[in-house]
Design a protein around this ligand. Structure first.
Ligand SMILES: Nc1ncnc2c1ncn2[C@@H]1O[C@H](COP(=O)(O)OP(=O)(O)OP(=O)(O)O)[C@@H](O)[C@H]1O
Ligand SMILES: C[C@@](O)(CCOP(=O)(O)O)CC(=O)O
Length: 451
């Protein structure tokens, strides 16, 4: 760990689970009920010390839990207002790109240089950023112990990042958000960026949404980035047009337009709605997640659902309007602490999700998941019910359960027996839903991981 006089900053941002509102949340007419998760992506930023006389300007990003996970970048000021553009430097014989890291650096450093009035290559000094992901973002290799009981804070994975099996908690959104927050906090004085203030969170949200869309090459609803910044909420998306005029990073005019987008100036005024007060959990109730690894993958689900909606607009509107009512009813049951109404509210949502799946021909709640959710609800005391979260499919379920060790043990026992009898691999993750979004952390918490 660096000595105390060093300038070290640590932040973390949570993963997400979209409990209700999958597909609907893509349209501003509807909302999504999203929970932030206790699984966080942590980023520690620190200065790099070079020996006297060496003028090295470099940004080093590393994920020490994975093999071959170090990315080094040089950077320059691009011509014609193109902002700060990084160039990956080769280490060893191979160069492995990380588009989410690279895009975030282009966006965050461009914004920082603009508002901080930095002279590039002068005051944007070299820095090292260390990424540490809580274990539940990736399945543990066989024999490493289940997530729910794992004792090591940050596991070492015997694979590259590309070879790790993701559990779908939104690692890229949490990473882009935490990395942006760490860079903004590290480079800008508090009067220009304060993570603890409402304005600071808005700047971070706008910057992270823009960078995340660019890195993934498409504009989704952005509920995952909103959860990473704000935590749990009832989320209404932004109009995609806000990002339409933004050139590629490094292209002429990128820097000016990025600042406009981040500050929401002119026609880039953000219309996202993040209703935090619409969401909470009844006392003694927890959101839990299970990873379901049955080897099947469904691609193009969003495309197919939207094609059905375009084909049958009247029927789709009727179904979505009714489903929106039921999703909002579920949010109210949770917020008002009406635990006795919870099972019925979850069943009501699932009924229409299955109807949407049947009519669009997309396995949003496939039969195998229906069977698992129904069995858990009927047979495990303390399980109120659950859903197939987000886009649905075969690979995860979210549960609402009594928040106690006894219930946890019973679920673990149940999924173990289920996996054996069904030949699938269902495991309870250690994550829980939680309310808080991005936050500053104490650098000392990462002792042993940070050089
Ligand atoms: N610990 C990490 N260190 C560095 N980069 C990471 C890390 N975790 C995720 N990433 C980046 O995010 C990418 C994965 O993003 P992707 O959108 O495919 O998954 P996800 O966000 O976890 O999935 P989902 O949206 O289904 O929840 C990786 O390829 C890498 O670029
Ligand atoms: C289908 C969609 O509404 C939700 C996808 O959620 P997830 O990635 O499955 O958690 C897409 C989106 O909102 O961008």
């Amino acid at each position: 760990m660096s000595s105390s006089k060093d300038h070290v900053t640590a932040v973390s941002a949570p993963g997400k689970v979209l409990l209700a509102g999958g597909y609907l949340v893509l349209d501003r007419e509807y909302t999504g009920l999203v929970f932030g998760l206790s699984a966080r992506i942590n980023v520690v930023a620190q200065e790099i010390h070079t020996s006297e006389g060496v003028h090295l300007t470099e940004i080093v990003v590393e994920s020490p839990q994975f093999l071959e996970a170090q990315w080094r970048y040089g950077y320059h000021l691009a011509a014609e207002d193109g902002g700060i553009k990084v160039t990956q430097l080769q280490i060893g014989s191979r160069i492995v790109a990380n588009p989410f890291v690279e895009t975030t650096l282009n966006y965050a450093l461009t914004y920082i240089a603009r508002v901080g009035k930095h002279k590039p290559n002068h005051s944007v000094k070299s820095a090292r950023l260390t990424i540490l992901a809580d274990n539940d973002y990736y399945s543990q290799p066989a024999g490493a112990g289940a997530g729910a009981t794992s004792a090591v804070r940050f596991a070492r994975f015997p694979t590259t990042l590309g070879g790790a099996h993701k559990t779908g908690l939104g690692s890229s959104a949490a990473l882009v958000t935490a990395l942006s927050a760490a860079l903004l906090t590290h480079y800008l004085p508090t009067r220009l960026f304060d993570l603890g203030s409402a304005e600071g969170k808005q700047v971070l949200h706008n910057l992270a949404q823009a960078a995340h869309c660019a890195a993934q090459g498409k504009v989704g609803s952005g509920f995952d980035v909103a959860a990473a910044v704000y935590g749990s909420s009832l989320y209404r998306r932004f109009s995609p047009g806000i990002l339409a005029a933004l050139p590629e990073a490094g292209a002429p005019g990128f820097a000016t337009q990025l600042e406009r987008v981040v500050h929401g100036d002119g026609d880039a005024r953000w219309d996202t709605e993040v209703a935090k007060d619409a969401v909470s959990l009844p006392a003694g109730v927890a959101v839990r997640m299970c990873d379901v690894d049955c080897g099947s993958q469904t691609v193009g689900m969003v495309k197919q659902v939207l094609a059905w909606r375009a084909r049958e607009p009247a029927a789709a509107k009727q179904l979505w309007d009714e489903l929106q009512q039921r999703n909002e009813a579920l949010a109210r049951v949770l917020r008002d602490g009406r635990t006795t109404d919870l099972a019925a509210a979850l069943q009501a949502v699932r009924e229409l999700v299955r109807a949407m799946g049947a009519t669009s021909g997309v396995p949003i709640e496939p039969a195998s998941q229906t069977e698992l959710l129904d069995a858990l609800t009927a047979e495990v005391p303390g399980v109120y019910g659950g859903v197939v979260p987000g886009a649905g499919g075969f690979d995860a379920i979210a549960l609402l359960v009594k928040d106690d060790v006894d219930t946890l043990a019973k679920i673990e026992e149940f999924v173990e027996a289920w996996s054996k009898s069904k030949g699938s691999q269902v495991s309870l993750l250690g994550v829980k839903g939680e309310m808080e979004g991005v936050r500053k952390e104490t650098p000392g918490a990462y002792e042993g991981w940070v050089r």
